[in-house]
Design a protein around this ligand. Structure first.
Ligand code: PLP
Length: 375
């Protein structure tokens, strides 16, 4: 008899990454399926990465002290309250392992980021889904979903794959009305794209939870989006000291590799790039949105580096069918976008905002699709 994994593990559907496409002769592939940077990696990060090649025999600095210091300086946060992970994905998994685990539950919104519930299942925890209102997180519904055994609530703001944002006042209300023993994890993967003055990434609530002794808020960020370092896997969080000490006990000793640490540290120092990327994203998102809206697709108001398109048919079935046809057609044209049926959005398609060239390729292919030039 072959060895069996823990019960429940084989029920997990492996995370489906955005398609990268099969390169075919003479055809360029445009990957707009994983919300990656529209301007590539931060140039300073590429240089720092290259400089690590002669020292690859050494283990990385397990404490990640220089990167923490750089982040602390940029964001005005205490370095001792920062934790660096191999992508924020690792931090999600560690938080669930540490604070939920077998027999516990976590809460996320219906169309929230899928790795929250996948990581929960991997740890033997039950994911509970709070329904949304018009594709926006709804604080009352989140609060009503929290169960006796709920240990963590995950909320991405802006959310992926919807791109929607809820106001800071609502997030504050969520924190105030959650039972004190439930940890609120605020995921700011797309925070750098926000231009609204009243937006906060949640760092203020983490600080308050430290000051008032509740110590129950975490704010997560990533280098995979605006910094353009998805391939290196670096994320971080700001959390109460007690939580950092827990995460440090259960992470692997050298969880983030040396080139990734060096590149991320350099990227923090390249805020001009971040600004350029934010401006590029706003400009290109507006351009793509206007063209796509002109073809009759519904567009969910996005605050991030992607657009969620609602197909045009007059029934859910017709819209789901058009989504499948649209995805297949774009793929044939070498433009990879994201199916979001797995996030309970079968009538939608998510398109990342890429370089001007990639966005042009998407618009060209989408225009051919709507004009019926489909073979
Ligand atoms: C909301 C959200 N959180 C976390 C992540 C994971 O990011 P990372 O690459 O840092 O693991 C993503 C990636 O798509 C995301 O959209």
């Amino acid at each position: 008899m072959r060895p069996e994994p823990r019960p429940g593990l084989m029920d997990i559907v492996p995370y489906k990454p955005g398609k990268a496409g099969e390169p075919k002769e003479g055809r360029k592939i445009y990957k707009l399926s994983s919300n990656e940077s529209g301007l590539g990696p931060a140039p300073a990060a590429m240089n720092a990465f290259a400089e690590t090649t002669p020292i690859l025999e050494y283990y990385p600095d397990g404490s990640a002290a220089p990167l923490k210091a750089a982040l602390a300086g940029l964001h005005g946060l205490p370095a001792e309250n920062l934790f660096i992970g191999a992508g924020s994905d690792e931090i999600i998994a560690l938080l669930i392992r540490a604070y939920a685990g077998e027999g516990a539950s976590i809460v996320q919104t219906r169309h929230g980021f899928s790795y929250y519930w996948l990581a929960a299942k991997a740890a033997g925890s039950e994911p509970l889904f709070a329904e949304e209102t018009d594709l926006h997180a709804d604080v009352d519904k989140i609060l009503a979903t929290v169960a006796e055994n709920t240990k963590l609530v995950f909320l991405a703001n802006p959310n992926n794959p919807t791109g929607t944002v809820i106001p800071a006042s609502e997030i504050r209300r969520l924190r105030e009305e959650l039972p004190e023993h439930v940890i609120l994890v605020l995921d700011g993967a797309y925070a750098e794209y926000m231009e609204d003055e009243s937006y906060t990434d949640g760092a203020d609530l983490v600080a308050e939870s430290i000051a008032d002794g509740t110590e129950n808020v975490v704010m997560m960020r990533t280098f995979s989006k605006i910094y353009g370092l998805g391939g290196l896997r670096v994320g971080w969080c700001y959390a109460p000291r007690a939580m950092i000490e827990v995460l440090d006990r259960i992470r692997s000793p050298f969880n983030v590799n040396a080139p990734a640490l060096a590149a991320a540290e350099a990227a923090v120092g390249d805020q001009d790039f971040v600004k350029r990327n934010r401006e590029h994203n706003r400009r290109e998102r507006d351009r793509v949105r206007q063209r796509v809206a002109g073809w009759g697709f519904g567009i969910v108001p996005s605050h991030a580096n992607f657009l969620l398109l609602h197909m045009r048919g007059d029934s859910p079935e017709a819209r789901a069918e058009e989504a499948a046809e649209f995805l297949a057609f774009l793929e044939k044209e070498g433009v990879m976008v994201r199916a979001v049926g797995g996030a309970w959005l079968p009538e939608h398609v998510r398109v990342s905002i890429g370089s001007e060239e990639a966005n042009d390729a998407f618009l060209r292919a989408a225009e051919a699709f709507v004009e019926g030039r489909v073979q």
